[in-house]
Design a protein around this ligand. Sequence first.
Ligand SMILES: [Zn+2]
Ligand SMILES: [Zn+2]
Length: 397
Amino acid sequence: MSIFINRILKKLLVIFLIFVVITFLFTFIDLYSFRYTKQDIKIPEDKLHDYTGLIHIHTKYSDGSGTPEEIAKIAHNLGIDFILISDHNTIQSLTEGKEGYSNNVLVMIGNEISSEIGHYLVYSPSLDFKYSDFSNLLSRFKENKLQDFYAVFCHPFLPKTPIKDWNYYGFDALEIFNGDSQWRDDSFFEIFEVLVGSIIYKNPLNKLVDRPEKDIKKWCELFKSRKIFQIGSVDAHSNIKIFPNFAIKFPGYDATLRFVKTHIITEERLSGFIKEDKYIIFDCLKKGKCYTELGNFSDPSGFMFRGISNYDTVYSGEEIKGKTTFSIVVPDTTDIIIKLYNNDEIVCSSENYKLEYTTAKLGEYWVEVIQVRKGLPFFQKNEISWIISNPIFLLKN
Ligand SMILES: [Zn+2]
Ligand SMILES: [Zn+2]
């Protein structure tokens, strides 16, 4: 009798384990999947071009594991148009002639500088960047923005190297999402899920996308007093040191380069010539004509955020006066939520691919689009940040 019961128990246990494994595999498909849903959406014809870029990448020239050419090749396979490389305290790859088009991707080279206020990125639209004097650069960012430079506060709340002084008004942007910092604040279980996910799924890092609450709050506080825009950066290294002389290429560039992108929106087409294209890209980044895409959930290209008044139509980074209709269109219809903010307050939201909202209330309006995705436990629906725009400023008449 007891042998009989034992057998039944064993069978039940096996069935239960199979059930657990199947549940595990299927629940994550939604979290880790890329969704194609573009076909029937009408994007307004504003003759704008949306180019996708990756900001803040480390190569072999500092503590990364790839060469600029290898990274450009991976980026090309992911449909990326431009990448911004920033090795720690060196522009050696620039002096060695690594800037330019490689595999149809525009590779631009800047620098991640370690300073007394924290880490910051500096790039330049000028081809003469390599002759720049970096010795007193930080002090030049104290009061005003500099035409020849693009400067970004990096990983502002990273415990080891936070930003210690915000009174540098010449900075153009704040990294509100830093790919490399994402796993550091996650639990062991979450990292374990990513490791298991990386064996089976294409976008394992999607599990790590947390809304950057603190960074967004800081950004909203900063842009009350200055025009500072947000970007998302990959901070890719593909190099984890296990022992002093032994490192593994994990997570690989292939995984990290899909994880967070910065899109620019421009009236001009990239020409294929480095000098012209650098100016177009940095003009967009400096003026906030860009938005951040988190994870690899769906292709947001064509995302449109406009402010329309009786006299004017403007886009992110620009100013408008008087009664304004904010119009948002997203090229994805499945399980999304659009949220329109005035500074840090939600003023309107929609579960459709469109949102329109008319107001005369002054302030900085920006958009967040959420992907609703199922995951463990119990097929729970998670709201995950997917698109974060830069603001349109509604000013006094
Ligand atoms: Zn850093
Ligand atoms: Zn870095």
